[in-house]
Design a protein around this ligand. Structure first.
Ligand SMILES: [Ca+2]
Length: 247
């Protein structure tokens, strides 16, 4: 048997502990990938390390808590209001009496606009949280924050994040909160499909050729040519294709 020096054993132990912590971490992330939390709930890494939690404005019927382990435990119900057990009970923090004084209604904590620029305030059960608007993100990778002081919502540079985002026919231009694709000549955007993807323009739809010539669309451009049985009598070349005339 090969003898190991104490420092070698310590190094091996250290590597094993790193490996184990990676495994534990991946397990928490994978739990969210399976996302089997059920109705009005989602798997949320910000809450309870990758366990299930009721969505904003929902809580658990059993204990007004948010988190649970899996879909079979899901009992999320709306928390916009709740019925008091007895008439003399005070409402819990973040709630006030509704007009019906057996009920407590959630206070709109977002009305004071606590989140700052490029962010959206989400009302929750007696509470609120902030998230960057789409097109922005927190550089620390978290998805939620609590107030303006923590607001560090920065534009996502979609062009750097995905260099092929515009496809082979467009070049990406990053903008604050968004991006757009500038199409190469002969390509344009179709509003019917993805407004950002550049597709071949069928120039023939606009009848650009002389009425005696026929139009042929192809990827990125088009040509004008004489139909079979006709010959070209103008001396125009394809660079000047709209002047091609046939008889
Ligand atoms: Ca952007």
């Amino acid at each position: 048997m090969v003898k190991r020096a104490p420092w070698q054993l310590a190094a091996a132990g250290f590597l094993i502990s790193i490996f184990q912590s990676i495994l534990v971490h991946n397990e928490a992330v994978n739990k969210c990938l399976n996302d089997d939390c059920g109705k009005n709930a989602s798997c949320d890494n910000d809450y309870g390390n990758g366990s299930c939690s009721c969505e904003p404005l929902f809580w658990r019927e059993t204990n007004k808590n948010k988190t649970f382990n899996n879909g079979s435990e899901n009992d999320c119900i709306s928390c916009r209001f709740y019925m008091k057990v007895s008439e003399n009970d005070a409402c819990i923090a973040g709630y006030r009496l509704c007009q019906d004084d057996r009920k407590c209604c959630v206070i709109n904590s977002c009305s004071s606009k606590p989140c700052g620029r490029h962010a959206i305030c989400h009302l929750d059960c007696g509470d609120y949280f902030c998230q960057c608007r789409s097109g922005f993100q927190l550089p620390n990778g978290k998805s939620r924050f609590k107030n303006m002081n923590e607001n560090n919502c920065k534009d996502i540079d979609e062009c750097k994040q995905n260099v092929s985002i515009c496809g082979p026919r467009g070049s990406c231009i990053n903008t604050e909160g968004d991006y757009h694709c500038k199409c190469k000549q002969g390509y344009g955007k179709s509003f019917k499909d993805d407004r950002k993807l550049c597709r071949d323009i069928n120039e023939c739809n606009e009848n650009p050729c002389d009425k005696t010539a026929s139009c042929n669309n192809y990827e990125g451009s088009y040509s004008c040519s004489c139909p079979s049985g006709y010959f070209q009598y103008s001396d125009a070349v394809q660079e000047d294709k709209t002047k091609i005339k046939c008889k």
